[in-house]
Design a protein around this ligand. Sequence first.
Ligand SMILES: *[C@@H]1O[C@H](CO)[C@@H](O)[C@H](O)[C@H]1NC(C)=O
Ligand SMILES: *[C@@H]1O[C@H](CO)[C@@H](O)[C@H](O)[C@H]1NC(C)=O
Ligand SMILES: *[C@@H]1O[C@H](CO)[C@@H](O)[C@H](O)[C@H]1NC(C)=O
Ligand SMILES: *[C@@H]1O[C@H](CO)[C@@H](O)[C@H](O)[C@H]1NC(C)=O
Ligand SMILES: *[C@@H]1O[C@H](CO)[C@@H](O)[C@H](O)[C@H]1NC(C)=O
Ligand SMILES: *[C@@H]1O[C@H](CO)[C@@H](O)[C@H](O)[C@H]1NC(C)=O
Length: 552
Amino acid sequence: MNTVTLASLLCLLAGAATVARAEDPYFYFTWNVTYGTISPLGVPQQGILINGQFPGPNINSTSNNNIVVNVFNHLDEPFLLTWSGVQHRKNSWQDGTLGTNCPILPGQNFTYHFQVKDQIGSYFYYPTTSTHRAAGGFGGLRVNSRLLIPVPYADPEDDYTVLIGDWYSKTHKQLKTFLDSGRSLARPDGVIINGKSGKGPGGDEPVFTMKPGKTYKYRICNVGLKNSLNFRIQGHPMKLVEMEGSHVVQNVYESLDVHVGQCFSVLVTADQEPRDYYMVASTRFTKEVITATRILRYTNGKGPASTVLPKAPEGWAWSLNQFRSFRWNLTASAARPNPQGSYHYGQINITRTIKLVNSASRVGGKLRYAINGVSHVNPTTPLKLAEYFGTADKFFKYDVIPDSPPEQEPKLVTSEPNVGNITFRTFVEIIFENHEKSIQSWHLDGYSFFAVAVEPGRWTPEKRKSYNLLDAVSRHTVQVFPKSWAAIMLTFDNAGMWNLRSELLERRYLGQEMYISVLSPERSLRDEYNLPDNAPLCGSVVGLPLPAPYTI
Ligand SMILES: *[C@@H]1O[C@H](CO)[C@@H](O)[C@H](O)[C@H]1NC(C)=O
Ligand SMILES: *[C@@H]1O[C@H](CO)[C@@H](O)[C@H](O)[C@H]1NC(C)=O
Ligand SMILES: *[C@@H]1O[C@H](CO)[C@@H](O)[C@H](O)[C@H]1NC(C)=O
Ligand SMILES: *[C@@H]1O[C@H](CO)[C@@H](O)[C@H](O)[C@H]1NC(C)=O
Ligand SMILES: *[C@@H]1O[C@H](CO)[C@@H](O)[C@H](O)[C@H]1NC(C)=O
Ligand SMILES: *[C@@H]1O[C@H](CO)[C@@H](O)[C@H](O)[C@H]1NC(C)=O
């Protein structure tokens, strides 16, 4: 990893009087993606490693840093990574989904180049191709505040990334075969915390150590496939400070429900008797609870952790109440020195309401998951490339789903590309309605949104009265409980082609995702970057003349 101190150089050259903006620092990574043997549940199995590591390396960055990651695909299948929650301003070319990028073919490499512009917080990256996420390839990504921006808590002694998730002992290819044959994934074989369940060799080794009296930051993300997990630490309450890029009101929790795709940052003080303590992650809303435990050790500690684990909460209501307790800290600065609450989202008029209902049905005897009756399929030419080269009409239609689905759930599900056309810079309300008996978790790329409500029942316009229009948290993932709905609001001011997906792997893999095209009418570089020079081309755009580039 190199830091180019171009910024300081430019400052010197530019002198005090000029307006030349120093370029933000660059960080370079070379990543080899390979198969390798891992033993997350204590038994060897095939995993996906990055530079030999599972989970993959952490990316540690600061707001506005440029991150350059040259990814070499040594697998036998096409591969892509997404940087979940990184907004890629003007730059959906780096988003790493099959609707925006050609996959990196076996033996090839592709260099992602993105800036963590005006962001802070805890994120993670993961593979979007096939069922690769079930085998690994994920890792933490943190964006620290710049030194000049005040952070609403004291600097912690250290900063730890905790990646929790359910785990299957089958290979990703076996799981893929399962889904391709029209079945759904059964219950997981285990739960892991940073790559291990706590069982088997090395299971009793401490993952992290704490000095007595010191306060530590833990960044907890659910990188799993399907299950919401409850996370807790024996004897140590957690002070929530940040959630998916926003500083929040600092409530203290005994445990947190972390739904698939979500990240929380908490502060934990080592103020207990010096010995070992268990971190616990266990499945929620499942008949049989599956639990992982891993050890935290006090540096002056003697003695094993108590075998009495703190109890997990039960039922949905607890989780819903916890969601309702999350509040944006209106006075804290985010990545810029102005308060988060200076953006009064509650006073902006809604220009469009889109209601999305998830469903599961059988098509030709095979399971498909859909949004408003359409199960997404990726054309061989990525949607964004087809659009950029002016050939979109050959591959997909915009707005194939209505903004509001019919009252009766469509029995017939069609499988086709599902692309919405949203007008640049409009303020839109999206309602997610979940009529099913299982939990849902939605994620939108390219944006943060205000998660203004999650409530039981069906949504009606009157339900707007229950929205939090003052201090809802700005985030990128929201859960929807069974037979419930969620409402989000956002301004579509980031031009590009953006993936809106179920974070539950089997649902996304079997079609529960869509893309949202946001085009700048000016075709200006101020709004969107051109296709990068190194982007591989695939499908029908190979050999086509490059379209006229966007200009200033
Ligand atoms: C990646 O693999 C290449 C050989 O394929 C090797 O030369 C290089 O050192 C590896 N890089 C890292 C960071 O592991
Ligand atoms: C991460 O980056 C920050 C800011 O540059 C630095 O203070 C910190 O030591 C780094 N942490 C790690 C684990 O590298
Ligand atoms: C592949 O890696 C080489 C360096 O080994 C680099 O020069 C090249 O730009 C990379 N290719 C892409 C498409 O990023
Ligand atoms: C919100 O942020 C401000 C400014 O950094 C801080 O002083 C305050 O303690 C925070 N409030 C809560 C409730 O966390
Ligand atoms: C929002 O809509 C209301 C009622 O239609 C209108 O009076 C108001 O001017 C609008 N506000 C903005 C900022 O456009
Ligand atoms: C997308 O929406 C914009 C703005 O409403 C409209 O001008 C444009 O024609 C639409 N594009 C397509 C392909 O439907």
